[in-house]
Design a binder for this molecule. Structure first.
Ligand code: A2P
Length: 282
């Protein structure tokens, strides 16, 4: 396997097995420079969101790389203020305009249950999904999916969806492997993408990981990202430092033993857990 190898999504679209995360990456020069560094290091998959407020800078980084558009996989997401048919249509066009990449490879509903429509989340998702399906038919988007969805949110979406979701991007790392959601995704041919694959930096404090890293002569980040890949997840590590961006891509010259995979599986709760999307204040 290598950084440009792909998983095949349920709709046939190929998606590079590691993505470059940009959550909490400041807009402007930092976002542009880190995306450029990631593409230089060999990443071919960039993940952003309207809510990250850095789409324009991410798009500039992509453009400056000079890499042909079709060689890069670009994901962005629908924010919580756009869970209606008209608002979602506009949000898709807004993201396309900011990124300026011609089309989106993947577009996700960012949260299943925005606080402002807590009583009507099913309708909100169904409406947004209808706009997303139309954008697929219009050639604006190649694949659609969701993020932070639990099984009951997906069950509701599947009641009216004409196009099946092919990705569910969730908080996923050794401290919270979200077994129930992952099993649901698998049963429905939905790829589990891992955001916060390094626990937003918190996994570095787990002593067991340091021991395993020493054994393989790898860094803790590399061990945890390799664990994610060996589970068949698609990790989206974020960094704004070029040396770490490079480090997080060097995952293909070693393999974790079954025993060490199982040891890492035992680390649940040691560095934070996913929050409940039905209880979020936004
Ligand atoms: P920075 O962006 O300053 O490099 P996650 O991908 O789980 O969201 O984690 C991102 C956090 O982990 C950021 O704070 C990032 O910091 C830090 N980080 C990313 N890669 C590494 C690495 N290889 N070693 C140490 N810290 C890292």
């Amino acid at each position: 396997m290598s950084l440009s190898d792909t998983y095949t999504l349920a709709n046939g679209v190929e998606i590079p097995v590691v993505g470059f995360g940009t959550w909490q990456t400041p807009d402007g020069e930092v976002a542009e420079r880190s995306v450029l560094a990631a593409l230089k290091a060999g990443y071919r998959h960039i993940d952003t969101a309207a809510a990250y407020k850095n789409e324009a800078s991410v798009g500039r980084g992509i453009a400056k790389s000079g890499i042909p558009r079709e060689e890069i996989f670009v994901t962005t997401k629908l924010w919580n203020d756009a869970h209606s048919y008209e608002a979602a249509k506009k949000a898709i066009d807004d993201s396309l305009g900011k990124l300026d990449v011609g089309y989106l490879d993947l577009y996700l509903i960012h949260w299943p249950n925005p606080a402002a429509i807590r009583e009507n989340w099913k309708e909100g998702n169904a409406e947004a999904w209808r706009a997303m399906e139309e954008a697929v038919e219009a050639g604006k988007i190649r694949a659609i999916g969701v993020s932070n969805f639990m099984p009951h949110h997906l069950d509701a979406l599947l009641e009216t969806a004409k196009i099946q979701p092919v990705v569910n991007q969730i908080y996923l790392n050794p401290s919270d492997a979200q077994e129930e959601v992952v099993a649901y995704n698998k049963a429905h041919n939905i790829l589990s993408e891992a955001y916060s694959p390094l626990g937003t930096g918190d996994i570095f404090t787990i002593p067991e990981l340091k021991t395993i890293a020493e054994k393989y002569q790898k860094t803790v980040a590399q061990i945890v990202l390799r664990w994610s890949l060996q589970h068949g997840f698609l990790p989206l590590p974020k960094s704004v430092n070029e040396d770490r961006i490079i480090e997080n891509a060097q995952l293909f010259d070693f393999e974790l033993s079954d025993e060490d995979m199982q040891a890492i599986d035992q680390l649940k709760g040691t560095a934070g857990q996913a929050s409940n999307p039905d209880e979020k204040a936004f």
